[in-house]
Design a protein around this ligand. Structure first.
Ligand code: ADP
Length: 166
């Protein structure tokens, strides 16, 4: 069985991520999309919320599993017995950062974890979770960026935020 992990923050999952998930799922028997529980960041959505969002939007892709992990990707991959990490590249600016992570992961895993990069489909090249969060925080329209279910959850989340600030 050929398996790969697609790790990320997915805060929230966008059409850009979904495009990478669909394409990677066609290349592997199993694709595990895994939410990184990064204690150093304060996410908009909890890990559980992000896992549930991903499950929702990947429901129709049978060979996709959704999971979460904390700590090093190399340790998680070893535990799962997986040797490939998928990452998406949008622009040159992603490249430098991604190259550094990929080389570090190869080193740390003693060559056991390789990275495969999929270039973004052009229509999603501008999309990032952070810009989606910013637009939604001002009540803007994010319907071109995320599926309707995620859009609804974002508006709900920001409504809660405003309410707690009152
Ligand atoms: P991270 O915090 O690990 O960068 P993200 O959720 O922002 O997590 O992104 C996960 C992966 O998906 C990264 O490899 C990122 O480059 C890629 N990605 C994010 N947005 C897009 C997009 N619009 N098109 C293609 N790849 C993307």
């Amino acid at each position: 069985m050929k398996a790969a992990i697609y790790p990320g923050s997915f805060d929230p999952v966008t059409y850009g991520h979904i495009d990478i998930i669909r394409r990677a799922a066609e290349m592997f028997d199993v694709l595990i999309v895994s939410v990184l529980d990064n204690k150093a960041k304060t996410p908009l959505f909890s890990v559980d919320e992000r896992v549930n969002m991903l499950k929702d939007v990947t429901r129709e892709i049978p060979n996709v599993e959704v999971d979460s992990f904390s700590g090093l990707l190399v340790d998680y991959a070893k535990e799962k017995g997986i040797h490939v990490a998928i990452r998406g590249l949008r622009a040159v600016t992603d490249f430098e950062y991604e190259l550094q992570i990929a080389q570090t992961n190869r080193l740390l895993s003693q060559g056991q974890l390789d990275s495969i990069f999929l270039t973004t489909s052009l229509e999603y090249a501008y999309l990032s979770s952070s810009s989606v969060r910013e637009i939604a925080s001002f009540g803007g329209d994010v319907s071109m960026c995320v599926p309707p279910v995620i859009e609804a959850m974002m508006h709900e989340k920001f409504k809660d935020k405003y309410r707690t600030q009152d």
